[in-house]
Design a protein around this ligand. Sequence first.
Ligand code: HEM
Length: 155
Amino acid sequence: MSENIPTLYEWVGGIDALRRLTSRFYEHVRRDTLLAPVFAHMGDDHPAHVAAFLAEVLGGPATYSEQYGGHPHMIQQHLNRHLVQEQRRRWVTLLLETADELGMPDDPEFRSALVGYLEWGSRLAVINSQPGAQADHDAPMPKWGWGEVKGPYRG
Ligand code: HEM
């Protein structure tokens, strides 16, 4: 990426912003009738792990790969959870609503890139949660950029 174009990670505000996002998001998840049962057994460190994962995908440090098992571990966590589209849609909607609630960047360029990743990643989570799905132990960490909009609007 060009020197002048920030990563999505930089644009969102780095790891502190992502931790704030996931921490509040999973508070909402715990109170959501559709999602609470799915996450009934998540550990207290789950929000921080998901923040680290998102950070790495969005162009930040490789903490999730170095300390938490990388993409194969994340895939493993979704195996046999039998997730359905209704749960996936609620998950994505709640995350985006939480981003609004916290006043995270809402410019069209950033949000379209974020939604693109969340659609892709959440659909993979559903696929990987179906009976017979297996974790690919060499699965590379996804990397997401600005896509067709190429970078933030500079008027
Ligand atoms: C872009 C989409 C998604 C990302 C980036 C993501 C990320 C993650 C990560 C990183 C973990 C492992 C956390 C760890 O290492 O401790 C995880 C676990 C999990 N995810 Fe996802 N996920 C996504 C979508 C979903 C969706 C749509 C659902 C369900 C509606 C879901 C349900 C779960 C559950 C139930 C776990 C295990 C929680 C536990 O520890 O009990 N995920 N996810």
